[in-house]
Design a protein around this ligand. Structure first.
Ligand code: NI
Length: 249
């Protein structure tokens, strides 16, 4: 059930049977020579919608711009500063809790968002604890889940791509985005086959170390077929994790 495709009476009726919601959150950033700029938003969005359909769970709008300053040396990247993302997430949480949602499950597609989103949750809880006027009403549970970290997905990624998985512009995420948007599949030759790995500092340093945008990966291995397998595994794992989140009260 998509919030964006619902009416307010439908949302009110949903809240009678459930107070849980999945909010996909991603990023708009370069993903190497064949990866789509929207990859990090598309992946959690497509998984969230799959889980939502299967389970009659409300799925919120995708928050598709995140913390991506380290990708700004590549055209197309749009970044929020941490304070902006924190304010955005906090306001989304407070809006939803105002209507009676109590269990907010943020399904994340971008590692760079993790610390800031968790800081936003901490801000909301702190305000409730300290009694400020914009505080959440009643009990509130927030969880951030990185879709690629479930046991099933990790195992399948290793099986499919082994040491070509890497850590940015991975064949797994590119496959999943191709499965979700088959009209946007790109084929590009890459050299070296597996990109260098390692850390980086700022945007310029990132581009100097990783000139085509990949880190440790070979996303030329990506395919719609692999994306479908990853999608099915993710639906299974995320459904289980969401159910456990709700059942924990
Ligand atoms: Ni990504």
């Amino acid at each position: 059930m998509l919030l964006q495709h619902s009416t307010w009476p439908e949302v009110e009726a949903y809240l009678q049977r459930s107070t849980g919601i999945i909010v996909p959150i991603g990023s708009t950033e370069q993903h190497g020579p064949n990866g789509l700029i929207g990859t990090d938003a598309m992946c959690p969005e497509t998984i969230a919608r799959g889980v939502g359909e299967k389970m009659d769970v409300m799925v919120g709008p995708t928050l598709n711009i995140g913390m991506a300053q380290h990708h700004l040396a590549f055209p197309g990247t749009i970044a929020l500063r941490p304070s902006t993302l924190l304010a955005l997430v906090k306001d989304v949480v407070l809006s939803l809790t105002r209507h009676g949602f109590t269990h907010l499950y943020f399904l994340n597609g971008h590692g760079g968002n993790t610390e800031t989103v968790n800081a936003a949750f901490a801000e909301v809880h702190a305000e409730a604890g300290l009694g400020s006027s914009g505080a959440a009403r009643g009990p509130l549970r927030c969880k951030l889940m990185n879709w690629w970290t479930t046991r099933g997905i990790k195992k399948l990624s290793r099986q499919l791509f082994g040491d070509a998985e890497g850590s940015h512009a991975t064949p797994s995420e590119v496959s999943l985005s191709f499965f979700a948007h088959p009209g946007s599949v790109k084929h590009v030759e890459m050299e070296p086959r597996i990109a260098p790995g390692g850390g980086f500092h700022d945007a310029e340093d990132f581009r100097r170390r990783f000139p085509d945008g990949r880190i440790g990966s070979d996303p030329s291995l990506a395919s719609i077929e692999a994306g479908e397998r990853l999608y099915l595994a993710a639906i299974e794992d995320i459904t289980r994790d969401y159910q456990a989140f709700i059942a924990a009260g």
